[in-house]
Structures are given as C-alpha cells and as structure tokens.
Design a protein around this ligand. Sequence first.
Ligand code: COA
Length: 281
Amino acid sequence: MFHVEKMKRSDFQFAVQLANTMQWNMTTEDFKFMKNLEPEGCFTLFYGSEPVGIATCISFDKAGWFGNLIVKDAYRGQGAGTLLVNHALNYLKRACVETVGLYAFPPLAGFYEQFGFKPDMDFLVLKGKTASPATAGTLQPRKATKQDFPAVIAFDAQCFGAQRKKLLEPLLSGEGNLCYIAISDHEITGYCAAKAYEETVEVGPLMCPKNRVETTIALLRSVLSKLPNRPVFACAPAEETILLETLIQMGLQEDFRVTRMFLGPAVAKGCTYMAESLERG
Ligand SMILES: CC(C)(COP(=O)(O)OP(=O)(O)OC[C@H]1O[C@@H](n2cnc3c(N)ncnc32)[C@H](O)[C@@H]1OP(=O)(O)O)[C@@H](O)C(=O)NCCC(=O)NCCS
C-alpha cells in the first residue's frame, strides 16, 4: 500500500537520485532550501517502508505552487501520482491557498486536468552559455542593494498577485546571486534576479510591466552580462518573442517546453514574467 509522509532530511538523498533519473539537475541543497521554505509541504511517498516517490509544494498567501512530482518507474500507473497530487492539494487548501500553479510537461497536461488544472500558457526552458558580454543599451538598470529588497518584494507581490517574501528574501540576499532593478520616478519598474549554484546559474524571476519592453530587455542584458561563459538556465513565456530572441542572441537554446497550468484563478498575468523555478513558479 502507498502512503505519503512529510519529507525528512534523511530522504533528501533518495529525492535527488529519483529527480535526477529525469535529468532535473537537483542537489540535496535544493531539497534543503525547499524544506526550509515549506517544512510541511515536501512529501515522500512510500510503498510499505520503501520510498518510491516525491512531490513538493509552497504557499505564498493565496497562491501556491506544486512541483517535483515523480514516482519510481516500477510503481507508476497504480494511483501513486494521484495520491501525491491530492495530498499536496489538500495541504495547500488547509493553508488557505485559492490558486495552485504548476509547470507540466505537455504530455502530462491531461493528467493534471483530472484534478481541475487548466492550461494557461506555454513556457520554454532554455539553457546555454552566454556567448559574449552583453551591453545594457541606453537604459541602465542598477544592482539592487539590501535597502532595495523590501521595494523589490513589494513590486513582485503586485505583479505576481501574491506575497513571495519568504522565497525572495533568502534568494535576493543569497551569496553569489544577482538582482538588477529598473527605476523610474523613484519607483521600481522592473527587476531581474539570478541564482548562482555550484556550476550553473538560473535566471529568474524577472518581472516587468508588459508595456515596458525596453526595460525588460535591459534588465535581462544587465544580468546576463554578469555571467559570461557560465552555464545558464532560464524559463520564459513562449509568447514573449523579443525576450526569447534576446536569450537566444546571447547564446541560450531551447531545451524543452512546459505548460503553465492553474487550479483556480491565474496569477502573474499583467507582467512580463520569467519563472523563478519550475517547482516554485
Ligand atoms: C506523472 C507521474 C508522477 C504519474 O504517476 P503515476 O503513479 O503513474 O500516476 P497514477 O497512477 O496516479 O495515474 C493517474 C491517472 O492518470 C492517467 N494519466 C497519466 N498520464 C495522463 C495523460 N497524459 N492524460 C490523461 N491521463 C493521464 C493514468 O492513466 C491514470 O489514470 P487511470 O487510473 O484511470 O488509469 C509519473 O508518470 C512520473 O513519475 N513521471 C515522470 C516524472 C514526471 O514527468 N513528472 C511530472 C512533471 S510535470
């Protein structure tokens, strides 16, 4: 019989091994970070006493995000995935979340539709080394300082539609991480962050009002120009052609596609938006 438990630190090694059968490039640090953010929202699935699956979720006041769903190959097709999704959705419901988002591999959109998730839009996951140092253009975003973080977090909440302080605070102040902001009339008009891992860098979140294309590109270029010859990952909406062109011009290539889906009203609709990560939105 399958049952779900809270993920323990002693499960991290199993979680990494299982996630990396899908080439998700996860490390124990990733699960440690996730568990610190949402101690009760990371799950391990057991068949008897054997760990056979994982899933994680996070709550940002009224919005939640679901990810890292995987069941060991030999145990698929027996209801285990359904059990993990329902377990996480019940957890988020108890946390008073009104909307749950996720990024689905397109062949699995039908699987998630069974729970009521609806496709919102497609995103491309891109990777590659930045080809050459980019110039920031005429607009010159500046590096955010610690004093800017509260304003960045407030700006993000306006664009995302929920308060992501518990994620953004550690992320913005993390060693080696980057954050550039654009300012107009003393107000933040966009920001782009990047997280530095041991070998790779993940760009995002990027948030900018839809009508500020020049600002969006300047923010992206500012961040990428600080990452010459580093392997970079980014997840951007398929419909944002100028943003994608910029990423491709700077050396990234499409790796795969995912569909953003929501159970409940969609969030993060009014802004140009690059994901923070697939598992947290
Ligand atoms: C996705 C995954 C977790 C599902 O786990 P699972 O244990 O096989 O799921 P379940 O047995 O609960 O399947 C539930 C139902 O969904 C159905 N289903 C699966 N894929 C589907 C699809 N694309 N469209 C519609 N239904 C689908 C199954 O047929 C099953 O229905 P049934 O019970 O009526 O036969 C598993 O396939 C997996 O680990 N995949 C690799 C990792 C991955 O892709 N994760 C998701 C990233 S978005």
